[in-house]
Design a protein. Structure first.
Length: 272
C-alpha cells in the first residue's frame, strides 16, 4: 500500500500525535474509543510516529478527552435532531465517523487548506449533510457563510492553547453572536500547562508554541450575554481513568492533589 508522505510542521504537525494516540488506544482490548478509522489512517501515513513520544498512558488520556467531547456532542444531537455541528481545527480527527450523525445534522469540519486536503486523502468521506471548509478557524469569512437557522454546537479539541487569548475570545464571540443558541465544547490548558509546554513531546518535537492558558473557566462567561459554564472536567480526573495503566493512574492521582498541577488542563462545556 502506498503511504502518504507528511510535510506538516509546527502546530499542524501535532495533529499527528492525537491521531496516533487514538490509533494506539484502538489496539487495546479495553479501548476507550475503538477508533479503528484512526488506525487505518495511521497505516496510510509515511511518518515517524516515534517523534510523538506517545505512551499507553498518554494515548488513553487522549482517548478519554476525545470521549468526553464525543459524549457531550452526542447529548446535544440527541436533544436537537436538526442541528449544526462546527468541528473547528478538526485536523485528522474522526469524530464525525465515531458519532455517525443522522442525515438531519449539518456537520462542518473546518481547518487549513493543506489539512483538509490531507483529510480527503486519508479519511473516508462521511455521508449525510457533511462539508469540509478549507480555512483558518480565526478567519471571519467562512463563518458568515454558515446558515444561522439551527441550534449549533461548536467542538474544538486541541485548539485554544495554540491561539492568543484575544483570538480565542473573538472566535467565541463570533460563534455566540452568529447563532441563536447552542453549546461550546473545548479543552484548555491552565497557565502552568503553558509554562510546562516543552515537557510535552508532541509539542516540543514539532516546534510548536502554546500561548493561551485559562485558569478560571468562569471568565469566559463575561464574553457574551447568556454564555454559561455547564461543566468543567479536570484532565487529571476525567471519567474512565481506570482504563489507564497503573502507573498512569497513580501519576494522575498525585497531580490531582497538587495545587496548580490539578488545573493543568480542563475540558469545558458552555451553553449560550
Amino acid at each position: 500500500m502506498d503511504r502518504e508522505k507528511i510535510t506538516l510542521s509546527g502546530t499542524q504537525e501535532t495533529m499527528l500525535a492525537t491521531l496516533y494516540g487514538r490509533a494506539v488506544d484502538s489496539r487495546s482490548p479495553h479501548s476507550v474509543l475503538g477508533d479503528h478509522t484512526a488506525q487505518e489512517a495511521v497505516e496510510r501515513v509515511a511518518y515517524d510516529f516515534a517523534k510523538t513520544g506517545m505512551t499507553e498512558t498518554t494515548a488513553v488520556g487522549i482517548a478519554l478527552r476525545a470521549k468526553q467531547l464525543d459524549d457531550w456532542t452526542a447529548a446535544f444531537l440527541a436533544e436537537h435532531q436538526k442541528a449544526t455541528v462546527l468541528h473547528l481545527a478538526c485536523g485528522l480527527d474522526t469524530r464525525v465517523h465515531r458519532l455517525d450523525p443522522s442525515p438531519s445534522v449539518r456537520w462542518l469540519d473546518v481547518d487549513y487548506p493543506d489539512v483538509i486536503e490531507l483529510r480527503e486523502q486519508l479519511l473516508p468521506r462521511p455521508s449525510g449533510a457533511y462539508e469540509m471548509i478549507a480555512s483558518s478557524v480565526t478567519e471571519e469569512a467562512w463563518l458568515r457563510e454558515v446558515p444561522d437557522d439551527r441550534p449549533t454546537v461548536a467542538v474544538f479539541e486541541g485548539l485554544t492553547m495554540y491561539l492568543r487569548k484575544e483570538e480565542g475570545k473573538r472566535l467565541i464571540q463570533r460563534i455566540t453572536d452568529r447563532f441563536p443558541g447552542g453549546q461550546l465544547l473545548f479543552d484548555v490548558y491552565g497557565s502552568l500547562g503553558i509554562r510546562l509546554q516543552k515537557l510535552v513531546p508532541a509539542v516540543r518535537n514539532a516546534g510548536a508554541t502554546l500561548h493561551w492558558g485559562l485558569d478560571d473557566p468562569r471568565e469566559i462567561e463575561s464574553w457574551h450575554d447568556g454564555l454559561t459554564l455547564m461543566d468543567s472536567v479536570r484532565s487529571v480526573d476525567m471519567p474512565g481513568m481506570e482504563a489507564m495503566p497503573t502507573a498512569g493512574r497513580m501519576s494522575m492521582k498525585v497531580m490531582a492533589r497538587l495545587p496548580g498541577f490539578k488545573d493543568v488542563g480542563r475540558i469545558l462545556r458552555y451553553r449560550f
